[in-house]
Design a protein around this ligand. Structure first.
Ligand code: DC
Length: 216
């Protein structure tokens, strides 16, 4: 079974995806980490993450262990990830990685293009959004919890810039799949979002009798 969860940064995709995966006993892949790890590899080699040749090579050489690094979040990694994510060669190399991951035992994957490009035939697709204000407050709290004090205005501007880059890039822009279930978490906490998502998954997997079906 493949469950695809897409949406902008700080919308609550990761928390939801992790809980769904745990509850259904499925492997979970945070695909943002792939782009972050590719950006890191390029930075480590002293290169420029916007260089398509270096970045594509780094994506082709990516190993699962790269995702366990502790330096994949924070300023330089965020920027490098966003730069490599707009390079078609990087996306092509990571497409194979993601499909292999999902095809082994099924998976819950979260990202920007899981339901549109990576697994267009996923069993269920969610597009998780929240207002810029709600996401700003969440990301600000996350940063504070990690000991980083970044002014709210800076967090808001950073998220808006990433939304813009993700939505406008030519290679796999962020957009909901036509058959995605839209999920706005602006006013839903993590528990409520999980309960609602599991109810939808249950309904999709166990559709019950359709109108017009004859009783046995
Ligand atoms: O979700 P995140 O913030 O960890 O993602 C890091 C970067 O990678 C971000 O700029 C969006 C990009 N990304 C992408 O283009 N496609 C994905 N499936 C996941 C992330």
């Amino acid at each position: 079974m493949i469950i695809a969860i897409d949406g902008p940064a700080a919308a609550g995709k990761g928390t939801l995806a992790r809980r769904i995966a745990q509850s259904l006993g499925l492997p979970y892949l945070d695909t943002g980490l792939l782009y972050r790890a590719v950006g890191r590899r390029v930075l480590d080699a002293g290169g420029n993450p916007a260089d398509p040749i270096m970045a594509t090579k780094a994506a082709e050489d990516l190993q699962e262990e790269d995702l366990d690094r502790s330096d994949l979040r924070g300023g330089p990694a965020d920027k490098a990830a966003s730069q490599v994510a707009s390079i078609p060669g990087v996306r092509a190399a990571l497409l194979a990685f993601q499909r292999q991951f999902g095809s082994r035992n099924g998976a819950v994957l979260d990202g920007r293009d899981i339901g549109t490009i990576i697994f267009p035939h996923a069993d269920i697709k969610f597009f998780v959004t929240a207002s810029l204000e709600a996401r700003t407050i969440r990301r600000h709290a996350e940063l504070l919890a990690r000991g980083e004090t970044v002014p709210l205005d800076v967090v808001r501007a950073d998220l808006a810039a990433r939304d813009d880059a993700d939505a406008k890039r030519i290679a796999a822009p962020l957009k909901p799949a036509r058959d995605a279930v839209m999920f706005d978490t602006s006013w839903l906490d993590a528990d409520a979002a999980f309960v609602e998502a599991m109810a939808l998954i249950d309904k999709r997997l166990n559709p019950g009798p359709r109108q017009g079906d004859l009783p046995a």
